[in-house]
Write a protein that binds this ligand. Structure first.
Ligand SMILES: NC(=O)C1=CN([C@@H]2O[C@H](COP(=O)(O)OP(=O)(O)OC[C@H]3O[C@@H](n4cnc5c(N)ncnc54)[C@H](OP(=O)(O)O)[C@@H]3O)[C@@H](O)[C@H]2O)C=CC1
Ligand SMILES: O=C(O)[C@@H]1CCC=N1
Length: 271
């Protein structure tokens, strides 16, 4: 992407802006000098400039809009209206990409008075090139804008296009999902410590086990149930643990957690 690389702006220089900017620079070939992030919070600007070395920051949202080809709306959903109000005009030359949970394309069109908008749900593993992103494009958006968005997102991991009505489900599953997996890793480490393992060893084994199991699903294409059966020897250790998880409603708890996150995404869109 380095030749004719787009100038990329961020409104909001928080967690997700950092994770995405890092992916664009480290794996997308976007020169850091092409990145400009706005945030009212000085500490956020300082951290962004430090972590994305060579990128510029500003307190002015309009400056980002005026100086970027693509602007990522990376403020909290509750702050989106304020961010829109801080702008006098979004020029037609600027493609907007919103990563906010819940806020529909219709709402974004009306807030920013432009239809050149794509809605994306990324996740924090952008930072290490392993994001799971989904996006929906506004009606009438050009193929070039869709391709540019997909190319940028793929620098951070994978990107799939979905109908907009599926984005709340995506938010519950892969947007919030890393938090649920971190809780699983933490719980597995605690269990290892309870059984006498040193903390550092337990954490390393737990994280690698989750990474390895995920890679088995992706690399083999086998159903997770078949992969689970391969681990589960008759009368062995695994079935004893599987029985405990089933008794304690593990699957129901995971389904409820993702459903609650998806419902909250819908609510944020209605606020
Ligand atoms: N964190 C995640 O895992 C994911 C988040 N998202 C979405 O990404 C968006 C950002 O989330 P996240 O990075 O976690 O949030 P953060 O709070 O880390 O970052 C948002 C930043 O925007 C700043 N801000 C507030 N108001 C404005 C404004 N009017 N103009 C410009 N900047 C402003 C905030 O400053 P201050 O702190 O002073 O308010 C903050 O520094 C959200 O909409 C969220 O739904 C999507 C997928 C995953
Ligand atoms: O918790 C949140 O609202 C954001 C959206 C998806 C992940 N984090």
């Amino acid at each position: 992407m380095s030749t004719n690389s787009p100038r990329i702006g961020f409104l909001g220089a928080g967690q997700m802006a950092l994770a995405m900017a890092h992916g664009f620079v480290a794996r997308g070939g976007v020169p850091a000098a092409n990145i400009l992030a706005a945030d009212p919070f000085e500490q956020a600007r300082t951290r962004f400039a430090k972590e994305i070395s060579g990128a510029k920051t500003t307190a002015s949202n309009q400056e980002v809009i005026d100086q970027s080809d693509v602007v990522i709306l990376a403020v909290k959903p509750q702050m989106m209206a304020d961010a829109a109000k801080s702008l006098t005009k979004v020029p037609g030359s600027c493609l907007l990409i919103s990563i906010a949970a819940g806020i529909s394309l219709d709402k974004l069109n009306s807030l920013f008075s432009t239809k050149r908008i794509i809605r994306v749900m990324p996740n924090t593993p952008c930072l290490v090139g392993l994001s799971a992103c989904a996006f929906s494009a506004n009606e009438g958006i050009s193929d070039e804008d869709v391709t540019l968005t997909k190319t940028l997102l793929e620098a951070t991991g994978i990107a799939v296009q979905v109908p907009e009505k599926q984005l709340d489900a995506v938010t519950g599953l892969s947007g919030s999902g890393p938090a649920f997996v971190y809780m699983m890793i933490e719980a597995m480490s605690d269990a290892g410590v309870r059984q006498g393992l040193p903390r550092a060893v337990a954490l390393q084994l737990a994280a690698q086990t989750v990474k390895g199991a995920a890679e088995m699903v992706l690399a083999t294409g086998q159903h997770p149930a078949a992969l689970k059966d391969n681990v589960t020897s008759p009368g062995g250790t695994t079935i004893a643990g599987v029985h405990e998880l089933e008794k304690k409603g593990f699957r129901g708890a995971v389904i409820d957690a993702i459903s609650a996150a998806a419902e909250r995404s819908k609510e944020l869109g209605q606020d």
